[in-house]
Design a binder for this molecule. Structure first.
Ligand code: GAP
Length: 599
């Protein structure tokens, strides 16, 4: 449960987000649509900057990653192969009184006195309901409050004057069977598929059912062979994609944190299976210890690649302003791992609404998952399409004959066992699984394998929210008369700040100042996002930009016009949002100076 201080902080953040045009409720004029959010002028810029930073660091600054932009609706068989049709579900429970739906794992445990009823009768109507009902009331509350809820339950079953039957009561501790909002019994948990369905084509029939993608990753697997062919990449290499994803979340909550429509930024980084690495290099490099393992090396096995990507992603978050101490690296426990995952590290951010541990420290909520997914996904698409997803590796083919017969046997057997394990889990009958695993082991000795994958998968909206929470700050700043007043400031890193610089003429009614300010605005505009503001006292204008998170302010004053001497002509004051310091800078140096601060 969030404490009062953190919920007050979240309220301030939500209200600032709306007031300053970061985030609005979708369809607000119609009362809103739960789990859907729109980004206003500043929010749209913020998201764009986040995606631009991610794309740049994941693709443009690397030789070994290429991009993809696939459709949102894909062939429905993709979701059968990925497992989403059968297993992408959450357990949900419904309130028996209000029908409100909750995720079973999010119901807060309750204690109190539970009242049980076996049914109810209405003599006058000659009607009866044999539906059992129960309601939990806090200790010390009279039984009448339980009876009131129970009568409501039986009225909903058509009894006008229900006489309750078989009442009994019992003390209950820490139960998750009751609705925390009204004490009513919840239904038994049942699975609920999170994919949003639609129909492709004019006929709404079963064969036309399609889904809005619940993740962007599957398109990368489905297009793996095409991208490999055209990009001249060799394993290890990655394919990156960002775009919309949709999940019919049972309980959208915590502002944009759990939404029904959101954006993902995903990388599938394909690597050799460890057996191939060992065959080529005689060993598989393992992590030497915690921390970044350095530049990628050809003899790296999956564990060191996994660690590399966790550390790369942490560096990315730091590079856009999330301090290391606001992030948590959470290694999923073996019983939490998806069945195909060998290891998953969740990168958490300590949101104000995160739970607290015994020491009162925020535990964090997931920003990104970095999963070592073995060769599961490509293998699934291979089985479902009947088309090979294996790659040919010349180095492996050349290395294999040079291995001793014992080594060949050892590596073949290890690979065969791994493939057999996958095929058996995937449901292939015993004999067929044995045969396919044997074929895969033989293919390995000829240089063929299905690549394994490391997947760093992040959410744009969660990151935008983390950046806003992290940037939010209340401090003191002098007003126009030098008197300290409290200010709200978003201390965004200049790289992701929606607006980079605001340009102000000192006075609006001095045409020379206004003209010069507009010249400066036009000079800066091609290089960075600029906001021009001439309305109100200069202190008020600074405050407005502080709230928008604009890191720099440029003021054109009488010195700029040369009225205080020629040495200050064509200089401006450059204000730093956080330090609130001002320095005098030549106009012709502004582009270089500001560009260096936002890169
Ligand atoms: N391909 C793997 C995958 O989709 P995930 O952990 O389900 O993994 C990855 O999602 C990221 O997508 C999460 O870490 C989160 O940032 C974002 N995400 C997932 N569900 C979300 C939701 N309902 N609302 C906002 N972001 C979400």
């Amino acid at each position: 449960m969030a404490d009062q201080k953190t919920s007050e902080l979240m309220e301030k953040i939500v209200s600032l987000s709306k007031r300053r045009g970061f985030i609005f409720q979708s369809s607000e004029v119609y009362g809103g649509l739960n789990g859907f959010w729109d980004y206003g002028p500043l929010g749209a810029e913020l998201k764009r900057n986040i995606k631009e930073c991610w794309w740049r660091s994941m693709t443009r600054l690397r030789d070994d990653v290429v991009g993809l932009e696939a459709t949102i609706i894909m062939h429905p068989r993709i979701w059968e192969a990925s497992g989403h049709t059968s297993t992408f579900s959450d357990l949900m429970v419904d309130c028996l009184l209000t029908k409100k739906r909750f995720r079973a794992d999010q119901v807060e445990p309750q204690s109190g006195i539970a009242y049980f009823y076996t049914g109810a009768r209405d003599q006058a109507q000659g009607k009866e309901s044999k539906d059992a009902f129960s309601v939990l009331v806090p200790r010390g509350k009279p039984p009448e409050s339980a009876r009131k809820a129970a009568r409501q339950f039986y009225e909903q079953r058509g009894l006008q004057n229900p006489e309750l039957q078989g009442e009994r009561s019992e003390a209950v501790e820490q139960s998750i069977r009751y609705n925390p909002e009204n004490g009513s019994l919840l239904t038994e948990p049942r699975p609920f598929n999170l994919m949003l369905k639609t129909y492709v084509g004019p006929v709404e029939s079963a064969e036309n059912i399609s889904y809005l993608r619940p993740e962007t990753a599957q398109a990368i697997f489905a297009q793996f062979k095409n991208v490999l062919e055209v990009s001249r990449q060799k394993v290890p290499f990655g394919i990156a994609q960002m775009g919309k994803a949709f999940r019919n979340e049972i309980n959208p909550r915590n502002f944009t944190f759990r939404s029904r429509e959101f954006e993902q930024m995903e990388l599938e980084f394909f690597i050799r299976p460890d057996e191939a690495v060992e065959a080529i290099y005689g060993k598989v490099s393992q992590p030497a210890g915690p921390g970044h393992p350095g530049e990628p090396q050809p003899d790296w096995g999956w564990q060191i690649w996994h660690q590399y990507w966790v550390e790369e992603r942490l560096r990315f978050y730091e590079s856009i302003g999330l301090p290391r101490q606001s992030l948590v690296e959470y290694w999923q426990k073996p019983d939490e791992l998806a069945h195909y995952a060998r290891a998953t590290v969740d990168i958490l951010y300590k949101f104000p609404f995160s739970k607290r541990d015994e020491q009162g420290e925020l535990t964090g909520e997931e920003l990104e998952g970095v999963a070592a997914r073995s060769d599961f996904d490509l293998s699934q698409h291979q089985r479902f399409t009947g088309k090979t997803m294996a790659v040919f590796d010349e180095e492996l083919k050349a290395a294999w004959p040079k291995l001793s017969p014992e080594k060949q046997l050892e590596l073949s057997e290890r690979y065969r066992q791994a493939r057999l394990k996958y095929l058996t889990k995937a449901g292939e009958p015993g004999e067929k699984a044995e045969k396919l695993a044997q074929q895969d082991a033989e293919a390995l000795s000829k240089g063929y394998y299905v690549p394994h994958v490391i997947e760093p998968s992040a959410g744009v909206d969660r990151l935008a929210l983390a950046l806003i929470c992290n940037a939010y700050c209340e401090d003191q700043a002098p007003d126009d008369k030098g008197k300290l007043e409290s200010r709200v400031v978003l201390k965004f890193h200049p790289r992701i700040a929606p607006l980079k610089v605001a340009v102000f003429p000192l006075l609006k009614n001095k045409p020379e100042l206004v003209q010069k300010a507009k010249e400066v605005r036009d000079l800066l505009r091609p290089h960075l996002s600029v906001f021009y503001d001439e309305a109100g006292a200069i202190g008020r204008r600074y405050r407005r930009q502080d709230e928008a998170g604009t890191p720099f302010g440029v003021t054109i004053d009488f010195e700029t016009l040369g009225e205080q001497g020629p040495e200050l002509k064509d200089t401006v004051t450059l204000r730093d949002r956080d330090a609130m310091t001002q320095q005098r800078v030549r106009i012709n140096e502004l582009v270089g100076l500001l560009s260096s601060k936002i890169r």
